[in-house]
Design a protein around this ligand. Sequence first.
Ligand SMILES: Cc1ncc(COP(=O)(O)O)c(C=O)c1O
Length: 414
Amino acid sequence: MEAPLHFDSLLLHGGLEAAPAGATAVPIIQSSSFAYQSAEALEDVFRGRAPGPVYTRIGNPTTEALERRLALLEGGGVAIATASGMAAITTAVLTILQAGDEILSSSSLFGGTFSLFRDTLSNFGITAAFVDPLDLDGVRNAINERTRLLFVETIGNPKLDVPDVPALARIAHEAGIPIMVDSTVSTPYLATGAKLEADILAYSTSKYINGTGTTIGGAIIDRGMFDWNSPKFPHFAAYHAKYRAFAFSARARKLVHKDLGACAAPFNSFLLTEGIQTLALRMERHCATALTLARFLNNHSKVAWVAYPGLDDSPHHAIATKLYGSRYGGLLTFGTGDKASAFKVINGLRLAKNLANIGDTKTLVIHPASTICADYNAEEKALMGVTEDLIRVSAGIEDCRDIVGDFKQALEAA
Ligand SMILES: Cc1ncc(COP(=O)(O)O)c(C=O)c1O
């Protein structure tokens, strides 16, 4: 038997099947639908008796190549690529929850997910309760008879707290509910879904997976570990009878993903399959640069505070080291005391780009309180760890000396 490939090799070869004319890149199959020779053949595909693509909203060969690779990178399972990270989270959550059910979510969330849970889903009878993911007893006590899902980010964006995801998984499982993990910030390079003991992953591929800021995308990974044969999930009964451990991805693919229509475009799947090949190299550099920059900022007289799990005095250092093996991600935040000085620093940066994204090869900054979190009140901002002086930095892969130099000159001029 052939030895399984290591993670860095899977990034290049995982899920790639023979392409026409010996092509080494995934072919872009830019076709909305797929023709079959006979009515019988198409019926077989529709009924799941034969494999094959039907219609790109439901599945596409270019997207399937990406899906196979993503599933392998998480330690196995089934992946569904979506149009965006929000599409992945929405599809995954709606596959599990029904009106009257509740999500127990980490309070340390990306703003879009917070708004989905608090505002959009509540209009359809799905409620959310928010809890500090570091408080394991608090999480255990917040699970009630309506709770059907525990949702957590591996490294909170932008709070940069680091919950003990496997410990949270155990709490969820004791209560008979699955845990869904958004690992956008950590990526499978820092820890796979298998290592995190996640039942389901739902994340944005627009960030580090793509890597170059060219593509919006998302992915759902079903690790096939949760037992859906439960009175808590009667709507999974038929799927469990047929698809057993993969009842979740079957229900997602055949029902919610198909009906919501937030599919990945083949060209975007191609860009993601290209981008992901360098994930390991980029993540190493993102992590190393973020640590150097965090240490520099920590020693600067104009910086009031720095949050980065890689700093020895970070309250998240020990858990992050345990889960992510001395790699702490490419995101850091720091404060300069007030909004006016934060704006001055941002305006003084020459290299770092001021925009609403993370995980690009280029260094990015943003002032979340006035932009991506502007619609939240003071209490909600506090929950998400967003202060008026906070600047979020997504460390790029430029020469680290240029990045540190850019922040140095901007702070000196502020
Ligand atoms: C942690 C996290 N999850 C989900 C998303 C949503 O992803 P997308 O913008 O691809 O919809 C983001 C976007 O910033 C994010 O940072």
